[in-house]
Design a protein around this ligand. Structure first.
Ligand code: PMV
Length: 312
């Protein structure tokens, strides 16, 4: 029997990691938050009797599911159809996204989550956030090596999360909202490259890296307590300490250090890279009064794009 696909559209936000990237791959906690100003949108349209066509114009791609069976978009379509027990035919998929690709903003996970949700909606089935996150995680595993699962989780839940790999998710209560400025270095850095390099360095000197990861884990726990009790002033110094450890781990770059320092000089109380590093985004904690000057400082120091997001 052929399934009827009704027109349906769904969305998913971008994300940033506030604290704990890389160490999270090794079992330490991390904190991530959604970035609602950027999002992925997926639309399903009925196309009875047709092969599934995929229109992902933002990344310059238009192709058929059967012609490219093993890319992330094709994979989430196949996995979601299998989960929904429907055959992958008789519809088209259109993907649009304002989330920059390969900059640590979770664009891949957001595209997966939006497609899974749109397909479920299209056939009138419910997929809860845990199921959507699990489907997106399958795709992350296929294309990103050894992901911790934090990206798909925060994107599917669209709420601040305190995440430990393999443990039940804890949503984070933000007692006092705060502002984070996000600056794009303009340098694309595939996550699996930085994660692979860290893995090799860890293999070569486990005790040193385990200690660095422990210190990051402590910072994450202290940050959680500060966020949940509204002690926002403590977060800036904690970001700076996390950045020092990320530099020691080997995932910073001179360009990242320059942007972080420019933000601090312009009044941000802390700054660090966010995500895998080696490029991607630099984030800074800003008060309302300095957000414009920090954004300007980021741009003068070479940022390609800057946005400010409110957490909580
Ligand atoms: O996808 P990104 O660039 O936000 O980085 C993922 C964060 C890492 O901790 C480096 C990897 C992971 O799977 O958690």
């Amino acid at each position: 029997m052929n399934t009827e696909f009704a027109p349906a559209t769904a969305y998913a936000p971008g994300k940033i990691i506030l604290f704990g990237e890389h160490a999270v791959v090794y079992g330490r906690p991390a904190i991530a938050v959604p970035v609602l100003q950027v999002q992925a949108e997926a639309s399903i349209n009925p196309a009875r009797g047709q092969p599934v066509s995929i229109d992902a114009a933002d990344v310059g791609r238009h192709y058929e599911l059967d012609a490219v069976p093993d890319d992330p978009i094709s994979s989430i379509i196949r996995l979601t159809c299998a989960r929904l027990r429907v055959a992958p035919r008789g519809f088209s998929v259109r993907v649009r996204s304002t989330i920059p690709v390969a900059r640590g903003l979770g664009s891949g996970a957001a595209v997966s989550v939006a497609i899974a949700r749109a397909l479920a909606k299209s056939v009138g089935q419910e997929l809860d956030r845990v199921e959507v996150s699990a489907l997106a995680f399958e795709v992350e595993k296929l294309y990103h090596g050894t992901p911790s699962g934090i990206d798909n989780t925060v994107v599917a839940f669209a709420q601040p999360v305190y995440f430990i790999r393999g443990e039940p998710l804890e949503l984070l209560k933000v007692a006092e909202p705060f502002l984070i400025a996000i600056a794009d270095t303009g340098i694309s850095a595939p996550t699996h490259v930085a994660v692979g390099d860290v893995r090799r360095a860890w293999e070569a000197d486990r005790s040193r890296y385990e200690e660095l990861f422990d210190r990051i884990g402590d910072i994450v726990r202290r940050s959680r307590s500060a966020i949940e009790s509204g002690r926002v002033d403590e977060l800036g110094p904690l970001m700076n300490q996390n950045q020092e450890l990320l530099r020691e781990i080997g995932v910073s770059l001179p360009e990242i250090e320059r942007l972080a320092q420019a933000a601090r000089d312009a009044g941000a109380s802390g700054a660090k890279l966010s995500g895998a590093g080696r490029g991607g985004n630099v984030i800074a904690l800003v008060r309302e009064a300095v957000q414009v000057s920090v954004a300007q400082a980021f741009r003068s120091a070479g940022a390609q794009d800057v946005l400010v997001t409110r957490i909580g």
